[in-house]
Design a protein around this ligand. Structure first.
Ligand SMILES: C[S@@+](CC[C@H](N)C(=O)[O-])C[C@H]1O[C@@H](n2cnc3c(N)ncnc32)[C@H](O)[C@@H]1O
Length: 264
C-alpha cells in the first residue's frame, strides 16, 4: 500500500477513534468541546498512529488537520485548494509511484558532465550520445546538446508540467525531450546515461543498466549510489551541497553480467 494512501487511512482511523471516544465519554466530559482541542487531538492521534511511517510523514500527519481547520477558519476558497493540488500533482506526479520528486542539477554538476564528455571524447575520438533519465526541466539536455563532444542529447520525463516546460526549453535552445517512462527507455544507444533520482529506484535501475548498456558506456548517478556496487569513480564536486557523482563504467557487454559487479 502506498504511503500516501496509508497516511490518509490513518487520518480516518484517528477520526473514528476520536468520534467513538467523544460519544462514549459525553457523560464524563460534558459538551460542548473546544474545536481546537478536538483538532489537536486528531492531529496528535494521527501522528501517533503513523509511528511506522518515516518521521516527516508524522509531521505531515500532525499538521494536516491543523491546516485544514485553519483554512476553513480563514475561509480559503476550495477552488484555490484544488488548483494548488492540481499544480502540485502536475509537477510531482512521480513522487507517489517512483518516490522521485523534482529537484534540479546545479551548474557545477553540469560543468562536471562537460568534463566527462570531453574526457570520453578525448579517449574514444567519437561524439557521445547522452540521455538524462527523468530530465526535469531539460536543463542538462539543453546544456549537453550544445557541447561539440555530444552528438545527441535526449531527456525523458513523465511529470506533465516539467515535460511541457522541457519541450519548450529544447524547442528554444536545443536537444530532444520525450514524454517517456525511464523504465521504457532503451539505454543501449547511449554512451553517457545520467540519472538524478532518489535512493528508491537505484537497485532496479542498476539492473536495467546492466541489461541494456553497452560495454564502453558510462552510467552516472548524481548523489545516489547503487547499493552494494562499487562505482568506478566518485567525483566529489565543490558546490555548496558537495555533490557526489557516482560513475559506473560498463566494461562488459550486458546480458550475461551478474547482478552485482565490482567495476575496476
Ligand atoms: C530529481 S529530478 C532531476 C531532474 C533533472 N534530471 C535534473 O537533474 O535537473 C527527477 C525527475 O525524474 C522524473 N521522473 C521520475 N520518475 C520517472 C519515470 N519513471 N520516468 C520519467 N521521468 C521520471 C521526475 O518527474 C523528476 O522530474
Amino acid at each position: 500500500m502506498g504511503k500516501l494512501f496509508r497516511a490518509l487511512l490513518l487520518q480516518f482511523v484517528a477520526l473514528s477513534v476520536l468520534a467513538i471516544a467523544v460519544y462514549l465519554l459525553r457523560h464524563v466530559f460534558t459538551p460542548p468541546y473546544s474545536v481546537w482541542v478536538l483538532v489537536l487531538m486528531q492531529a496528535g492521534l494521527a501522528a501517533a498512529l503513523s509511528w511506522r511511517l518515516p518521521v516527516w510523514w508524522r509531521w505531515i500527519q500532525f499538521l494536516l488537520p491543523l491546516g485544514l481547520y485553519g483554512a476553513s477558519l480563514l475561509q480559503v476558497n476550495p477552488w484555490l485548494s484544488l488548483l494548488i493540488f492540481v499544480l502540485l500533482w502536475l509537477v510531482f506526479a512521480n513522487v507517489n509511484k517512483e518516490r522521485v520528486p523534482l529537484y534540479l542539477t546545479n551548474s557545477v554538476t553540469r560543468q562536471a558532465l562537460k568534463v566527462l564528455a570531453e574526457e570520453r571524447f578525448g579517449q574514444q575520438g567519437v561524439q557521445q550520445r547522452f540521455v538524462d533519465l527523468g530530465c526535469g526541466l531539460a536543463g542538462n539536455v539543453v546544456y549537453m546538446s550544445r557541447l561539440p563532444q555530444i552528438e545527441h542529447s535526449l531527456g525523458v520525463e513523465t511529470a506533465p508540467l516539467p515535460y511541457f516546460i522541457s519541450r519548450l526549453h529544447v524547442w528554444w535552445r536545443g536537444g530532444e525531450v520525450r514524454a517517456q517512462d525511464l523504465w521504457k527507455t532503451d539505454l543501449s544507444g547511449f554512451d553517457v546515461v545520467y540519472a538524478f533520482l532518489s535512493p528508491e529506484p537505484m537497485p532496479k535501475l542498476w539492473h536495467k543498466v546492466q541489461q541494456e548498456m553497452r560495454a564502453g558506456s558510462v552510467f552516472v548517478s548524481n548523489s545516489f549510489a547503487v547499493p552494494g556496487v562499487e562505482p568506478s569513480q566518485v567525483w566529489e564536486l565543490s558546490d555548496r551541497r558537495q555533490t557526489r557523482l557516482y560513475l559506473y563504467e560498463i566494461t562488459t557487454s550486458s546480458m550475461s553480467l551478474p547482478e552485482k559487479r565490482v567495476a575496476d
